[in-house]
Design a protein around this ligand. Structure first.
Ligand SMILES: Cc1ncc(C[n+]2csc(CCOP(=O)(O)OP(=O)(O)O)c2C)c(N)n1
Ligand SMILES: [Mg+2]
Length: 629
């Protein structure tokens, strides 16, 4: 036996090959070929849209997709765009997004999207064609070991080795992707299997030994939480994407209102609790509100490197559906240093991973919050936390998000080259987002790229509902915004879907304008064009004496012009677009973008000199936070 065949055997065992069960509890289909079986399975899972780019090893699937009456196949113009679009669909709906690519380069182009779904716990099913089984391990044309390559970034994966396994595998894949802690599942299907005919048996049930998706907190643990709340003086709810993926926003709201505990969320948790609610502290961490960071870890004063505590932070942190990400905690041992930490997560491996918890609980958060609400409905919490609320009100008044036209802006080249020195005409990125918020009534679905604009999109748009801010948080993948907006708009055609993007990020998947135009997907792009990789520039300013290390995106030989010309690029794709330079033109231009029934690019030219504030430098503490605009 060759080495490669051995590897293949080992893998199929690892993915849990088991003796085929008697097909007593399944439904037998007619004689079909593997590719049609897979498409039939997708239909049975309720898939209505797939983002799929064909190639030699996946064209059998595409042929089968042309025969489907239920599935809309959208051709992205790059597989990465397809994976991000599938994620946008999943984030907007909670249902698994589905993408497909051919073997080799098609599959490798999906990797960033799969990694993104893994980091942010997004249900994604990625189907790839693979070379025929006889060619596996031989270095055949467009062969990559996709199963092996993606192992560290999937929740689960399958390399199909028997056409009869397709119905079971697809059913399992969808279940695994969306149950418990959601995540990406890869199904790699060799071409010969796609072409093999069999009579499929579609199983009615799933049996997955050792996979427990429905974990529930014990009554003892829940009562202990209530006891901790009764003992606390300064409790805070710190909630994340887990609330959104568990559809537990209603339960969270009831719990917060009944206990009167203030709520801060992560960026992933934006919208899990309405940001216009009096108990909301909005989001915390590196660029979150100063008041949320103070409420968790305390307020400090740093004078000549001597740190004094001004006011204590939380003495009880209810960490629900979060993972103590470093962009939230900064120096982790200083994060909520003096608080008792209760951590509930559906994934046991998150507990005590980044931050030890005094009370770690494995549970579905919807169940835990629902049951806590039942308990406190019967026996309400007696504490009212009045002085804590006063303290927080003072902090909110002291440090709201804010911006101003700084000397750096006034003296900037942008002011000289483009605005003839007219200060009143400068558009700051924060202003544009605030105006968008106003014009959309805070009701749009927002996607973003990665960078400063992403942070401002989190700060200056307020999220009232779950699944409203779709952003690459854990992976921080530039290029995410526009394809994700396509996926979200396909899923929610009733909503305004707007990608608030950076010029660098938008350029990374600009080809998806073709998908938008051809497929008539009216996703909008609001590009906050600062001609720079702004977030890296900010770090250069802060830590590298403003030495520019390849962070300028414009044309160095003609710095007065804006480069590239997104309006012309969009025209090439037949997508309407316009550029705005002066503040006086912004409102009407935003309105035209919103009114358009087509995809649209609004290129808003902004200065690059702005810094995102507040800012807690990486690995530092709340005592190091820069927050005054
Ligand atoms: C794919 C990828 N490459 C590089 C980075 C590193 N990075 C983070 S933010 C950033 C700048 C983004 O620039 P732009 O999209 O124009 O946004 P801005 O910060 O200017 O608003 C870069 C290069 C990244 N996050 N993702
Ligand atoms: Mg930029």
């Amino acid at each position: 036996m060759s080495k490669s065949t051995k590897t293949l055997e080992k893998k199929t065992q690892r993915e849990g090959e088991r003796p085929r069960e008697p097909h007593s509890r399944g439904e037998m289909g007619p004689l079909m070929q593997g590719s049609d079986i897979l498409v039939a399975c997708l239909e049975r899972e309720g898939v209505d849209t797939i983002f799929a780019y064909p190639g030699g090893a996946s064209m059998e699937f595409h042929q089968a997709l042309t025969r489907s009456k239920k599935i809309r196949t959208i051709l992205p113009r790059h597989e990465q765009g397809g994976a991000f679009a599938a994620e946008g669909y999943a984030r907007a709906t909670g249902r698994p997004g589905v993408c497909m690519a051919t073997s080799g380069p098609g599959a490798t182009n999906l990797v960033t999207g799969i990694a993104d779904a893994f980091m942010d716990s997004i249900p994604l099913v990625a189907i790839t064609g693979q070379v025929a089984q006889a060619m596996i391990g031989k270095g055949g044309f467009q062969e990559t070991d996709f199963f092996g390559m993606t192992l560290p970034i999937v929740k689960h994966s399958y390399l199909v080795t028997d056409v009869n396994d397709i119905p079971r595998i697809v059913k399992e894949a969808f279940y695994i992707a969306q149950s418990g802690r959601p995540g990406p599942v890869v199904i790699d299907v060799p071409k010969n299997i796609q072409q093999t005919k069999t009579q499929p048996i579609f199983p009615n049930e799933i049996q997955l030994r050792g996979y427990e998706a429905d974990c529930r907190a014990s009554e003892i643990a829940l009562n202990e939480i209530i006891g901790q709340i009764e003992k606390a003086e300064r409790p805070i709810l710190y909630c994340g994407g887990g609330i959104i993926s568990a559809n537990a926003a209603e339960e969270l709201r009831e719990f917060a209102e009944r206990t009167e505990i203030p709520v801060t969320t992560t960026i992933m948790g934006c919208g899990a609790f309405p940001e216009d609610h009096p108990l909301s502290l909005r989001w915390l961490g590196m660029h979150g509100t100063a008041y949320a960071n103070w409420a968790v870890s305390g307020e400090f004063e740093k004078i000549n490197d001597v740190v004094n505590k001004v006011a204590p932070g939380a003495d009880l942190l209810l960490a629900f559906g979060v993972r103590f990400d470093d962009r939230v905690t900064g120096k982790v041992d200083k994060f909520c240093e003096t608080g008792t930490i209760v951590h509930i997560d559906v994934d046991a491996s998150e507990l005590n991973k980044n931050k030890p918890a005094h009370l770690p609980i494995v549970s579905d958060i919807k169940y835990a919050l629902g049951r806590l609400n039942e308990l406190i409905r019967k026996r309400p919490i007696s504490k009212k936390f009045k002085s804590w609320h006063n303290q927080i009100a003072n902090w909110k008044a002291k440090a709201p998000f804010g911006y101003r036209i700084t000397q750096e802006v006034i003296k900037s080249q942008h002011m000289i080259d483009h605005l003839q020195g007219q200060e009143s005409e400068v558009i700051l990125p924060q202003m544009a987002i605030e105006m968008l918020y106003e014009l959309t009534g805070g009701d749009a679905i927002i996607t973003t790229g990665v960078g400063q604009h992403q942070m401002w999109a989190g700060q200056y748009y307020r999220y009232k509902h779950p699944r409203q801010l779709l952003t690459s948080a854990g992976l921080g993948a530039m290029g995410y915004g526009y394809p994700a907006a396509l996926g979200a708009k396909v899923a929610r055609p009733d909503k305004h879907v707007i990608d608030i993007d950076g010029d660098g990020s938008f350029l990374m998947n600009v080809q998806e304008l073709a998908t938008a135009h051809i497929e008539k997907i009216a996703a909008k792009a609001l590009v906050l064009n600062n001609q720079h990789l702004g977030m890296v520039v900010q770090w250069e300013d802060k830590f590298y004496q403003s030495n520019r290390g390849h962070t300028y995106l414009g044309d160095p030989e003609n710095m007065k012009a804006i480069y590239p010309d997104f309006v012309k690029i969009a025209q090439g794709f037949n997508v309407p677009a316009e550029r705005v330079m002066y503040k006086k033109d912004l409102r009407a231009a935003l309105q035209r973008m919103l009114d358009s029934k087509e995809p649209y690019v609004l290129d808003v030219i902004v200065p690059y000199t702005e810094h995102v504030l507040p800012f807690i430098p990486a690995g530092k503490t709340v005592a190091d936070m820069i927050w005054k605009p």
